[in-house]
Design a protein around this ligand. Structure first.
Ligand code: FAD
Length: 469
């Protein structure tokens, strides 16, 4: 809602001034010159106007900001990397707790851990850990926030080898609704630690994450592309191959339009195709053998797979998807890719509405399957893929078109799904969809929410309603 707001002249104005004085970071209000930049989210389809933005630089600032929202009854949103599709890092007429100034990463190469500040992006983490030849699982775009991605689960290039991001999380430091600063780990507040591994920002503001790291420096990665008229054959092959391949090999499937830019050859530019983006973490000597079956299917129109530093693969799509595009996405978990499901995908692939619009299937197997559905809040360990259908465009006037395409495509695919969706790839879709995402973990989440946030202060998220509320 684009209204012109000026500084509040009531008690709130004095309280905001007081908040500003108690913080080391800045507060930003609607008539400040930096307001529009500070409130901007990655998804340009979402245009929220907070009453005040608290740009936190340390834990003390977060405690002050959380206390301010609690005492003044203001809606509170937590902004990590600002990538959330539904725009849940901001809130109209409330307080945005902006963690983006909190960006430190400390690597302990002996313990193989990284302590990551709450506002880091994955690019920050990869840059710091790569210097030591180490890495931890994240997603597929380096500008995504560690905060939202991790607390929702974390699927990416390393899922089959090392599991979800939450499977590599050892502890968090967080600010609770009552202002306490606590550590949650297997030993301290284990119930809270269970809940934040999948339960999103429902339980407090995470000011730092402690991740386990793995020796990983160079990967053999990149895309293989096939013509759309080969897609049926490729998808039938892929559904078996990716569940049986060595865990060192990850590959997410995409229906896409080839970007009109290098490294893609000109004759493929703007062609609708299908592809798999690979990340092989085994030895370079074994790569030829591992990729031999990939090159035998089709054959591919392009096999652009090479050794590269892991952060290069992580940043490979950053330029294609800069901040400021319109995004609308719908998701589901998928157990099986039946012939009928493949035919339904392909009926929609030819109608991809823009160059950026796409459908991805992210594998959930290998190491991700060695954690049980009730071991963390992230329930769908029995799924094989997370499917996401995403309409994207730089053009505001495309918003209805990409939204309708994603909704229609999703509605056609939903009957083939496992039921629920990955919370990090949902828009605001209501309580039923949130419950379905957590299945039998929801009741336990609601009970833990009632313990740590009984008034639902942290409700700008895929919200878990406190039990008994
Ligand atoms: C281009 C793009 C690529 C993506 N790729 C992947 C991918 O490969 N794998 C994947 O799993 N997901 C991916 N996602 C989805 C992503 O995980 C979610 O959008 C996630 O919410 C982004 O986190 P953020 O911190 O950037 O978001 P924000 O908008 O800043 O925050 C989203 C929500 O997360 C919570 N939150 C964030 N930080 C904290 C914190 N420190 N403490 C408490 N709560 C916090 C809050 O509830 C907030 O409302 C992608 C999204 C985009 C737009």
């Amino acid at each position: 809602m684009a209204t012109t707001m000026s500084r509040p002249t009531t008690d709130l104005s004095a309280a905001i001034e007081h908040l500003g004085l108690s913080m080391r970071g800045d507060t930003v209000q609607p008539d400040d010159a930096t307001y529009d930049e500070a409130r901007r989210l990655y998804n340009a389809m979402i245009d929220k106007r907070p009453a005040v933005i608290a740009r936190c630089v340390d834990v003390g600032d977060v405690v002050a900001a959380v206390g301010f929202a609690r005492e003044h009854g203001l809606p509170l949103a937590i902004r990590g990397g600002g990538h959330n599709g539904a725009g849940l890092g901001s809130v109209d007429d409330g307080l945005m707790v902006d963690l983006s100034p909190m960006r430190g990463v400390h690597v302990d190469p002996t313990a193989r851990t990284a302590r990551v500040a709450g506002g880091c992006t994955w690019g920050d983490v990869d840059h710091a850990t790569h210097a030591y030849g180490l890495a931890t699982p994240s997603g597929i775009i380096s500008t995504t926030g560690v905060g939202g991605l991790t607390l929702g689960g974390g699927l990416g290039h390393l899922t089959r080898r090392f599991g979800l991001s939450i499977d590599n999380l050892l502890a968090v430091e967080m600010v609770l609704a009552d202002g306490q600063v606590v550590t949650a780990s297997a030993d301290e507040h284990p119930d809270l630690f269970w809940a934040i591994r999948g339960g999103g920002g429902n339980f407090g503001v995470v000011t730092s994450f402690l991740f386990r790291l793995h020796p990983l420096s160079t990967v053999v990665g990149g895309p293989t592309l096939w013509e759309l008229d080969q897609a049926e054959e490729v998808m039938r092959w892929y559904r078996t191959f990716i569940t049986e391949a060595p865990e060192e090999l990850n590959g997410w499937f995409a229906l896409l339009t080839v970007p009109p830019a290098p490294p893609f050859p000109e004759h493929l530019h703007m062609k609708k195709m299908c592809g798999v983006v690979w990340c092989y973490t085994g030895s370079e000597q074994d790569a030829d053998e591992v990729f031999a079956p990939v090159k035998a299917v089709g054959p591919p129109a392009l096999h652009g797979v090479h050794p590269m530093p892991y952060p290069m693969l992580q940043g490979a799509f950053d330029g294609l998807y800069p901040p400021g595009l319109q995004w609308y996405w719908k998701a589901d978990f998928v157990r099986e890719l039946s012939d009928e499901a493949i035919a339904t995908h392909l009926a929609h692939a030819k109608d991809l509405p823009t160059m950026h619009s796409t459908m991805h299937l992210y594998p959930i197997n290998g190491a991700a399957h060695r954690v049980g559905p009730n071991d963390t809040a992230w329930s769908y360990r029995d799924a094989t893929w997370a499917e996401v259908i995403v309409g994207v465009s730089p053009d505001l006037s495309d918003a209805p078109r990409i939204t309708n395409w994603a909704r229609d495509y999703w509605a056609a695919m939903h009957p083939f799904s496992a039921g629920g969706a990955y919370v990090n790839m949902m828009m605001e879709e209501g309580q039923d969809r949130i419950r379905t995402a957590y299945r039998d973990n929801y009741e336990r989440l609601a009970a833990i929410k009632a313990t740590y946030d009984p008034t639902n202060l942290f409700r700008v998220n895929q919200n878990i309603v406190p039990a008994g509320a």
